[in-house]
Design a protein around this ligand. Structure first.
Ligand code: TRP
Length: 326
């Protein structure tokens, strides 16, 4: 049985794009594999968050994932910082990671460009820490998006180097977990591309209803079809796609037909989309409120998660130390 590990960025709340992407995958995988899901709060330190805001965002992200259906009875859910074996393995792996190869990583070069006065060593060794996260459980599957594939390639390099150097076949190579065709691309509200935090075109799961309505009513469209059966522009098609995610298929067909015969009114489409999104997120928001109010439950999830995760991480570290000659 292949072991799955994924790290969750502790910054940023979940938007619909995350929901229909990563989160749905996680929820599905937890039934099919042994899964370890953790909040990557050490990685967050590369941008120097205030302690209070780090704590608050870690809590919020955890609550939102639980509200979306990550089940701590099925998957092992924990904080990266609750596993002391991760930083120890990271330190050991650093001895086999070369500055030259780390400097070449595109995400590192990006950061150097974007934050030239905070090029810290943690940023340079980010892929080493990420490797430790994954191989501490000897995982071979990592559900991540395209932007993380480079990091996983580094992880495979580090794993192969370790196995080769110590003459063992200890760590499996970690590969991205790919649902391929089944992955829905959730478009944003700005007429092009996908929904994303940095794009500023996102609907967040915890947005107020008034905010959601406003965002959708302001979504980019076009001037409308002028002759029957004209091709649908990207911005309008994006609204159809969003509607298809949250409403019955007949409602999408209805608006497509209205587009085809030029009777469509984008205002109506948007109003309906907004109401459908609101009914879709309402139960999630309700669970977010419930879980968020229950400190004891959150503490229990994290305590039990850390305990379960440490069964595996302490075993790996013991074996690694042995292999390395300690
Ligand atoms: N780097 C990942 C991201 O930005 C988060 C992450 C940290 C991660 N450690 C991981 C993902 C280990 C998968 C496995 O999204």
């Amino acid at each position: 049985m292949e072991i799955v590990v994924s790290g969750i960025r502790s910054t940023g709340q979940l938007h619909l794009g995350n929901y229909f992407g990563a989160v749905k995958n996680f929820v599905r995988m937890q039934h099919e594999h042994p899964c370890y899901f953790f909040i990557a709060n050490y990685h967050a330190l590369t941008t120097h968050p205030e302690p209070a805001s780090l704590r608050a965002s870690v809590r919020q992200v955890l609550v939102e994932y639980l509200a979306c259906g990550i089940d701590p009875e099925k998957a092992v859910v924990y904080l990266q910082s609750d596993l002391p074996e991760i930083p120890e393995l990271y330190m050991l792996l650093n001895m086999h990671a070369y500055v030259g190869e780390l400097e070449k990583v595109p995400t590192f070069k990006d950061k150097v460009r974007k934050q030239p006065n905070n090029v810290n060593a943690g940023l340079l060794t980010y892929p080493v820490l990420m490797t430790a996260d994954v191989i501490i459980h000897k995982a071979s599957r990592v559900p991540v998006g395209k932007d993380q594939e480079q990091h996983l390639e580094m992880a495979r390099n580090f794993v192969n180097r370790f196995n080769h150097f110590y003459g063992v076949d200890y760590f499996p190579e970690p590969y991205p977990y790919n649902f391929g065709q089944e992955l829905v691309k959730v478009p944003g509200l700005d007429g092009s591309g996908k929904m994303g935090k940095s794009e500023g075109n996102a609907i967040y799961l915890s947005d107020d209803p008034a905010v959601i309505r406003k965002k959708i009513m302001r979504a980019v469209t076009d001037t409308g079809p002028t002759e029957p059966n004209s091709p649908v522009s990207e911005p309008v098609n994006n609204l159809f796609t969003l509607l298809s995610l949250v409403a019955a298929p007949e409602r999408v067909d209805f608006y497509k037909a209205a587009y085809a015969d030029c009777s469509i009114r984008y205002g109506d489409l948007k109003k309906e989309l907004a109401e459908e999104v609101l009914s879709f997120v309402a139960p999630i928001q309700e669970r977010i409120r419930e879980i968020s109010a229950d400190d004891a439950y959150i503490r229990k999830v994290l305590t039990e998660g850390a305990e379960k995760a440490r069964l595996s991480s302490s075993k790996t570290l013991r074996e690694v130390r042995e292999i390395m000659g300690f």
